[in-house]
Design a binder for this molecule. Structure first.
Ligand SMILES: Nc1ncnc2c1ncn2[C@@H]1O[C@H](COP(=O)(O)OP(=O)(O)O)[C@@H](O)[C@H]1O
Ligand SMILES: CC(=O)N[C@@H](CCC(=O)OP(=O)(O)O)C(=O)O
Length: 311
């Protein structure tokens, strides 16, 4: 899936390319001036060639007047670094239990190597990207995540201690607003800052959803390593609503890292008094070359869509 076809183009291929370009026009018009938040998952960024294509797509969006905001993950890369440092790591419901050693590594990997490699790829593709973490400009103010889980044996709700895992308390879009009015493409690492400057490890899906809601993004694209949400028979679900999603989490059809993804999408499309809600969130395969362009500019967008009331 990650190899690119380099066979010579036929006349038919050229024509079909021209048709595709021409068909992109209504989508360009629909999205002109709008903001799209793209969550770039750690699994989706594994292949360096695909990472370059992703960067090119982001530059293209900005070039045609759409405002991309990239929020990235890096779970597998944090895992690799922890392994090299011989620090054990565990997940509960898709969230990494984060002690002091783990938060130090998570911040280093997310705000450092990963953030800068995405920024470098975008800039090498002719864009003007600036890397930030949630600490910069107090972009993501966070607090310790409080999570409870029902013990299946006793049926008692137990408090889970995930250490320095944070949840966004509020997003300060000021710095993003400034960038979105310019040619700058923000690339955000999912590290949050507590009221006293503490560092929190935030699931990247959660961070992307909070940012999308705070800046009234038109779309939230969640790039991952699977075609979308699968049902119990491993068939792709093209569209789902909140009731269906909650039932699939409860019966275990949706598990692990897909749980925060779905919860994020549901939260992002929800309308509140403060925010009109993102129009639609899509969980899609980031390993498909040009996945972002296909989703935004063609009918061929794939994956699982969760719509808001305004979609
Ligand atoms: N019902 C489901 N449909 C699709 N994927 C699922 C489902 N339930 C669990 N998953 C798992 O969720 C994973 C995606 O989450 P995660 O690994 O955290 O991705 P990312 O690193 O992109 O955030 C999939 O690769 C799959 O193993
Ligand atoms: C709390 C928590 O789980 N944080 C994540 C942050 C990175 C992330 O979410 O990366 P992906 O999107 O690649 O999974 C972690 O430590 O792995």
């Amino acid at each position: 899936m990650t190899t690119l076809d380099k066979s010579p183009m036929t006349e038919e291929d050229y024509l079909s390319q021209a048709v595709t370009l021409s068909e992109a026009l209504p989508y360009m018009q629909r999205y002109a001036g709008e903001t799209v938040v793209i969550k770039y998952g750690g699994h989706a960024m594994g292949d360096p060639e695909l990472a370059k294509l992703f960067a090119k797509d982001i530059v293209l969006l900005k070039q045609v007047g759409i405002n991309p905001v990239v929020v990235h993950g890096g779970g597998p890369q944090i895992g690799n670094m922890l392994k090299r440092l011989e620090v054990e790591t565990n997940f509960i419901d898709g969230l990494r239990v984060t002690d002091q050693a783990t938060i130090d590594v998570a911040e280093m990997v997310l705000s450092g190597s990963i953030n800068k490699s995405i920024v470098a790829n975008i800039n090498a593709a002719g864009g003007f990207a600036v890397g930030l973490s949630g600490k910069d400009g107090s972009l993501i103010r966070a607090k310790k995540l409080h999570r409870t889980k029902k013990d299946p044996e006793s049926n008692i709700e137990k408090v889970l201690d995930l250490g320095f895992v944070g949840e966004p308390e509020f997003v300060t879009p000021h710095i993003l607003d400034t960038f979105l009015e310019s040619d700058i493409i923000p690339v955000v690492a999912p590290i949050g800052m507590g009221a006293n400057g503490e560092t929190f490890n935030i699931n990247a899906d959660t961070a992307a959803g909070a940012i999308a809601a705070a800046i009234d993004a038109k779309r939230l694209l969640m790039l991952t390593d699977i075609a979308g949400v699968m049902d119990g028979d491993k068939n792709l679900i093209q569209e789902m609503n909140a009731v269906e999603a909650r039932a699939m989490i409860a019966d275990g059809t949706i598990s692990g890292g897909m749980i925060p993804k779905i919860e994020t999408c549901l939260g992002a499309v929800e309308q509140t008094e403060e925010t009109p809600g993102v129009n639609a969130a899509v969980i899609m395969d980031g390993r498909v070359p040009h996945a972002v362009l296909l989703e935004i500019f063609t009918e061929h967008g794939a994956g699982t869509m969760i719509r808001g009331l305004n979609a």
